[in-house]
Structures are given as structure tokens and as C-alpha cells.
Write a protein that binds this ligand. Structure first.
Ligand code: AMP
Length: 119
């Protein structure tokens, strides 16, 4: 069940502020409040979806396309396309998702090292 009071739902409703980067009908992007890299942005769909698979399961194709075009528009504004970046969608318990509204992290601005490794 989607929690209407999660922090990103409040940002979408304008109830709490966010440092916005770009927005469109189907997405909003803004800077992460606790950056883990020199550039750390979040892109969220404007619709109410809990996580990556909930979004893919339930969102109409137009919303899915609009969201990923929003990721692309955000990368463009941030100027990360040439140097590179990492997209992360933490999901559920094992993925350590804290905010239950689907979001993609964009990390960049330095060499991020290799992918997460098995320990
Ligand atoms: P996740 O663990 O993937 O759910 O990540 C949630 C992210 O949201 C974390 O990186 C937080 O720093 C970030 N965050 C939490 N509250 C806010 C906020 N009010 N504005 C911007 N980013 C936030």
C-alpha cells in the first residue's frame, strides 16, 4: 500500500521544499539532502508508485517514458553525460530503500569506483 505521507509525496505536493533540478508532467528531479557524491540527484515519478517494480507493473507506458525522459533531462542539466554517472534504485529491505516512493539516484562528479561487491 502506497504511503501518501512519505517525504517525496510531500515534496510533490509542495508541503516541504526541495532544491529542484528539472520537472515535467511525469517526473520531478531535485538534489539529495545528504549527498553521497559531488553530484547526487534524485528523480521521482509524479505518480504514486512504491518502488521500481511497482512502477513497471502499474504505470502506463506514457508515464514510464516520461519518467525516463526526465532522468535524461536531469543528466543533461547536471552535465554528467560525458564524464559518466551511476543510476541506483534501492528497493525493499535488502536494497535499503528508505523512502517508499520510487526514485532513481543519479551519482556523479567523480570516479565512483567499481560496483558494489560481494563481501
Ligand atoms: P533510499 O535509501 O534509496 O530510499 O534513498 C532516499 C534518499 O532520500 C536518501 O539519499 C536521502 O538522503 C534522501 N532524502 C531524504 N529526505 C530528503 C529531502 N527532504 N530532500 C532531498 N532528499 C532527501
Amino acid at each position: 500500500m502506497y504511503d501518501q505521507n512519505n517525504i517525496f509525496a510531500k515534496i510533490l505536493r509542495g508541503e516541504i521544499p526541495a532544491k529542484k533540478i528539472a520537472q515535467g508532467q511525469h517526473y520531478l528531479s531535485f538534489y539529495d539532502i545528504a549527498p553521497k557524491a559531488p553530484v547526487h540527484a534524485l528523480v521521482i515519478p509524479t505518480g504514486a508508485y512504491q518502488n521500481a517494480h511497482d512502477f513497471s507493473d502499474k504505470a502506463p507506458l506514457e508515464e514510464i517514458a516520461g519518467f525516463y525522459k526526465g532522468v535524461n533531462a536531469t543528466l543533461e542539466v547536471l552535465g554528467l553525460k560525458e564524464s559518466g554517472y551511476r543510476l541506483i534504485a534501492n528497493t525493499g529491505t535488502h536494497g535499503h530503500q528508505d523512502v517508499p516512493h520510487f526514485h532513481v539516484h543519479i551519482l556523479g562528479g567523480k570516479d565512483l569506483g567499481q560496483m558494489v561487491v560481494m563481501s
